[in-house]
Design a protein around this ligand. Structure first.
Ligand code: HQG
Length: 179
């Protein structure tokens, strides 16, 4: 079983296009594993996939992208579906980071960090993760430092993605510093 391929397929289904699998995400992004498996089994490539494979995929991944609880599964972040997944806000660490290609910095410092194609802006608790995120688009990404404590004090809401990833609706430029 190609667990990376399975993870990508699940991210596509649970973040971006559940309707292609005849799935409907609930308010928090959950779907029944049994329904997901029925959908996957329609494709010849995934006809043998089991819940144990899904569990192993989550276990083996270097990033915690998906979560299983009480017979259901969801993506923890990254959504682009039209109906915004509801998240419970939480107190962020004092500083958060965002890695971005150099070409985006001017616009970010003007308009703030926007979710763009996704439902939320994605931030990292550590610089390493921000670097990896930024390197998807630029060999030498710029790491932006977010004054999350001050933003939270001023009423900006932050939400948990996983242990490294934090989400926000929008980060105004006044809380962003170029590293
Ligand atoms: C940029 C992956 C111009 C932003 C990653 C980013 C992450 C602006 C791009 C997760 C802007 C959006 C999300 C503005 C934001 N002007 N550019 N005002 N505001 N941007 O992919 O954070 O591996 O939607 O800097 O690791 O790169 O798939 O967001 O470059 O955790 O699990 O617009 O996706 O996770 O790009 O990545 P994205 P992201 P997985």
């Amino acid at each position: 079983m190609d667990l990376m391929k399975l993870s990508k397929e699940l991210s596509y289904a649970l973040r971006h296009a559940p309707w292609e699998y005849e799935l409907e995400l609930d308010e928090e992004g959950w779907v029944e594993i049994s329904q997901l498996l029925v959908a996957l089994h329609e494709s010849p490539y995934w006809k043998e996939v089991t819940q144990a494979d899904l569990e192993q995929m989550i276990q083996a991944s270097e990033k915690k992208r998906h979560e299983i609880r009480s017979g259901r599964i969801r993506a923890l972040y990254g959504h682009s579906t039209p109906h915004k997944i509801s998240k419970i806000s939480a107190e962020p660490p004092e500083t958060l980071y965002h890695g971005t290609p150099a070409r985006a910095v001017h616009s970010i410092m003007e308009h703030g960090l926007q979710p763009r194609q996704r439902q939320y802006v994605h931030l990292s608790a550590d610089i390493d993760t921000a670097n990896q995120v930024g390197r998807r688009r630029d060999d030498q990404p710029v790491i932006l430092k977010i004054n999350a404590a001050q933003a939270a004090t001023d009423g900006i809401l932050f939400y948990h993605g996983n242990e490294n990833i934090w989400l926000a609706d929008h980060i105004p430029a006044r809380y962003i510093l170029e590293q």
